[in-house]
Design a protein around this ligand. Structure first.
Ligand SMILES: NC(=O)c1ccc[n+]([C@@H]2O[C@H](COP(=O)([O-])OP(=O)(O)OC[C@H]3O[C@@H](n4cnc5c(N)ncnc54)[C@H](O)[C@@H]3O)[C@@H](O)[C@H]2O)c1
Ligand SMILES: [Zn+2]
Ligand SMILES: [Zn+2]
Length: 371
């Protein structure tokens, strides 16, 4: 039977996240899994989607993509997940059989529509009067329950705390994945992370797990930089007080092997390029406004000799079924610091307030644990 659930609906650009209201969630069909959401994290991307960018999906929508919960019911075609399992969702929609999925790039699946219902089918989410609601990225985590394709879910150990589990679903796979899977950081390398919020701190964790010898954290808030030290930053730079590029060059004797941009600003993406050592690579992770452009000054002759790279990274090049359970195990045994990522627990009616706090630099991750 379709159920009534509480959800925070986003009605359009500039309208924020509405107070919780009753909506209808359908029963699982096919390979869908009904998840009783225990925790839902507030990634900066969801704010971007209601403030700046309407190219991803139509409103009204239930947003939220850092989702962890208990499986309540499964559709008839679900194979690897059973009722009672603890699961973490990802916005990564994966068919499992296209060329990108098969050659190790599931984050770039070309058949993502297979993870959602087809046009004309009954919507997963609707208003009580029957009008459909978009379930953003097939997750729709700002709600009591979520109906998600099994390919977007990973089963994890039962010990990982729910709030930490939620953040693994995006902040960790994106951040740690960027260092581990995308940049393949090697022991002894030097790394700079520009923007040390939820994603940036996980990049630092990933770089530490890979054995980076120097990890330089850069942010405009001293409190964020203090956090960065807890995650393994060896040096910190407040770029509102000093020139980040010059300081990185000084600390590394010429530049870093890998720089990561985790904000979404053209200016800091350029900084990442400017702070590279010979053979270094800059990885851009932050979501920029749709009309933004980055201008790099490239002298073709120097470019060859210096062998630098500038690369976009989507979802930490993650294979969710493999990487998410691994991170959950590492969170439990302490190798991955997830404890310090969650700085605030909120209820479903406090999303807007918590995003204001995020913009002011007052919190790392707020996680909804009361619905
Ligand atoms: N590429 C992907 O797959 C992917 C996935 C998830 C999130 N994202 C994006 O990553 C970015 C970071 O997300 P988050 O949740 O960590 O956000 P966040 O708000 O928690 O962190 C951003 C950090 O950048 C700092 N900052 C802001 N302006 C700065 C500046 N000029 N110089 C230095 N530091 C500055 C802030 O103080 C904050 O600590 C967002 O743009 C988000 O949309 C991308
Ligand atoms: Zn995210
Ligand atoms: Zn695919």
């Amino acid at each position: 039977m379709p159920q009534k659930i509480k959800a925070s609906v986003a009605y359009g650009i500039g309208k924020g996240f509405a107070q919780p209201e009753e909506i209808i969630i359908d029963d699982p069909i096919g390979a869908e899994v009904l998840v009783d959401v225990q925790a839902s994290g507030l990634c900066h991307s969801d704010l971007h989607l209601v403030e700046d960018d309407d190219q991803f999906f139509p409103f009204p929508a239930v947003i939220g993509h850092e989702v962890a919960g208990i499986v309540e019911a499964v559709g008839p075609e679900v194979q690897g997940i059973k009722v009672g399992d603890h699961v973490i969702a990802s916005l990564e929609q994966v068919c499992g059989h296209c060329a990108n999925c098969l050659n190790g790039h599931p984050q770039s699946c070309t058949q993502q529509q297979e993870c959602v219902r087809k046009p004309g089918e009954k919507p997963r989410l609707s208003f009580p009067d029957g009008r459909p609601i978009t379930q953003a990225f097939g997750t729709g985590g700002f709600a009591e329950k979520a109906l998600i394709h099994e390919n977007q879910l990973a089963v994890v150990n039962n010990e990982v705390p729910w709030d930490q589990a939620a953040c693994i679903g995006c902040a960790t796979i994106t951040g740690a994945g960027a260092a581990i899977n995308s940049a393949h950081i090697r022991p002894g390398q030097t790394v700079a992370v520009v923007g040390t919020g939820g994603i940036g701190l996980n990049i630092i964790s990933g770089a530490r797990i890979c054995g980076a010898k120097k990890i330089i954290a850069i942010d405009v808030f001293d409190n964020k930089l203090e956090f960065a030290k807890k995650f393994g930053a060896t040096d910190v730079i407040n770029s509102s007080k000093e020139d980040a590029v010059a300081k990185v060059r000084e600390l590394t004797d010429g530049g870093v092997d890998a720089s990561f941009e985790a904000i979404g600003l053209p200016g800091t993406m350029k900084q990442c390029w400017d702070m590279l050592a010979v053979d270094g690579n800059a990885y851009c992770i932050g979501l920029a406004k749709p009309d933004a452009t980055v201008e790099l000054e490239i002298n073709p002759a120097d470019f060859l000799v210096h062998q630098r790279g500038f690369k976009g990274v989507w979802m930490g090049s993650t294979n969710i079924k493999y990487d998410i359970p691994m991170y959950a195990d590492m969170a439990v045994d302490g190798r991955l610091n997830m404890h310090d990522i969650v700085t605030q627990h909120i209820n479903l009616s406090q999303i807007d307030e918590a995003y204001v706090q995020l913009k002011k630099g007052e919190v790392i991750r707020s996680v909804i644990t009361e619905f």
